[in-house]
Every structure is written in structure tokens, then in C-alpha cells.
Design a protein around this ligand. Sequence first.
Ligand code: FBP
Length: 255
Amino acid sequence: MNDFFLKEKFLILAYDHGLEHGPSDFSEKSADPEFILKIAQEGRFSAIVLTPGIAEKFYFKFREIPLILKLNGKTRLSQEDPVSLAYGSVDLAKRLGAVGVGYTLYPGSKYESLMLKEFGKIREEAHQENLGVVAWVYPRGKAIENETDPKIIKYAARIGLEIGADLIKIKYPLKDPEFLENFFKEVRKATPRAKIALAGGEKLEEERFLEILRLAMKAGLNGAVVGRNVWQRENPFPFIEKIREIIFEENQPWL
Ligand code: FBP
């Protein structure tokens, strides 16, 4: 396994929103991938997540930032149960010098078996090339009433362990701190040895996001893969420093 995924803690910047959500997530500045790559660089992120089109055009100047190439993705334009299949390849990730690949699965969708099958194949190829695999595990589809139901998120985390992801990205329920404290501990217990990172989600009030992250880290989770909560802020750097402090300085229950 490549060294990147041997780490215990991660702060990764996500920037695949142009495909997933469209340009409405961006300001004039954040629509420019260079602006985001500079945030990753100055903010000393562990890695950046880019789509193939963006990586090919913009990554070459920023090769010191570890790259996770997102191999699949879908738009918001379809109303069907979600399915997201790879349009990028492990081969491309290798050529771009990535440390890993990213793949979103939608358990609960009527197409889940297609994604599970493809994930397995990609994982195999990636590991043969010494790349890690990050799984976005987002239960979704007509069968999933509430994708941030705590039981559903716990199940998502466990799915990530079962399918052999090197890092598992899960959402969090928007509940009060007492609930979350216990919830994250349950997630940890349900996923022995798995590395779990929180997704960022929509931009929250600063303190709220930090509190959620702090509870997750205290329970022994492994960091965050965050996008909008960082690059939608006017000046993201003080916030990034606070996140770094929580992930890398505070709470080290497993050390
Ligand atoms: P954010 O931190 O901005 O939520 O990004 C995390 C992420 O998983 C992105 O990688 C992805 O584009 C987006 O959220 C997808 O979210 P959803 O499918 O819930 O709209």
C-alpha cells in the first residue's frame, strides 16, 4: 500500500463539485481550479480530490500536493435512482502521479450492484499499481428515506470497511453534540481498523462545523474530506488552521 494511506489522519480538499453540483457552488474565484489548488497548497492539505478533466489541465503546476483522482461521478440532472460509473481510469491516475483514486457508491440505489462490482475491479487495479482507494459511501435512492439517518450513516461506514476502501468518506447527521458524541463512537466501534473521514457538506456556521469535527476526531475517526466548508469562505485560512489543529493536534486516542 502506498505510504499516503498508512497515515492515521487526513485533511483532504474536495473539488469535484463542478460535475456533481454544477457551477452554482462556485464564486467567480472558486470556479478557477488554480484558486482551489493554491488553497490546498497554502493550507497544507494532505491531498486534493480532482476530476480527470481538471487534473489534466491544472495539476501539473501543483504536483507536490498529493492527488486523489475521482474516477466516477454523476450530475444532478438525473431524477432516477443514482448510478455513478467510472469514466476515469487507474491508468490515468497513475500517469498523473496520483496517490489514490476516489469512487462514490450509492448503496440502496437499485443500481448498487453495478457500483459495487466496478468498485471491486477498480480497487484491485489500484492496489496492483500501489494506489489507494477512497470510497464516498452515500446511501441514496428511492429506498433510502433519509440519507443522513444515523443508522444509515453507520451502515455506510461499515460498507466501506467490508468493500476494502483505504479511506471511507461518510456524511454526518445534523444532530446536537450529545447525540453526535455517542454516534461517532458507535461508528468507530462498527468499523474496526477502517479509516473514516467526514464529508464536509454544505457550508455551516464555522463553530458548528468545528464542533462536529472535534466530536468525530475525539471518537477516533480519521479526518475530513471537505470542500464547500473551506473554499466557500471569503478567507478560508484561519478556518483551515482551526481544522488542522483539531485533526492533527488535538485528540489522539489511538496513539
Ligand atoms: P463538500 O465538503 O463540499 O460537501 O464536498 C464533499 C462531497 O462529497 C464532494 O466530494 C461531492 O462533490 C459532494 O460532496 C457530493 O455531495 P452530494 O452528492 O451530497 O451532493
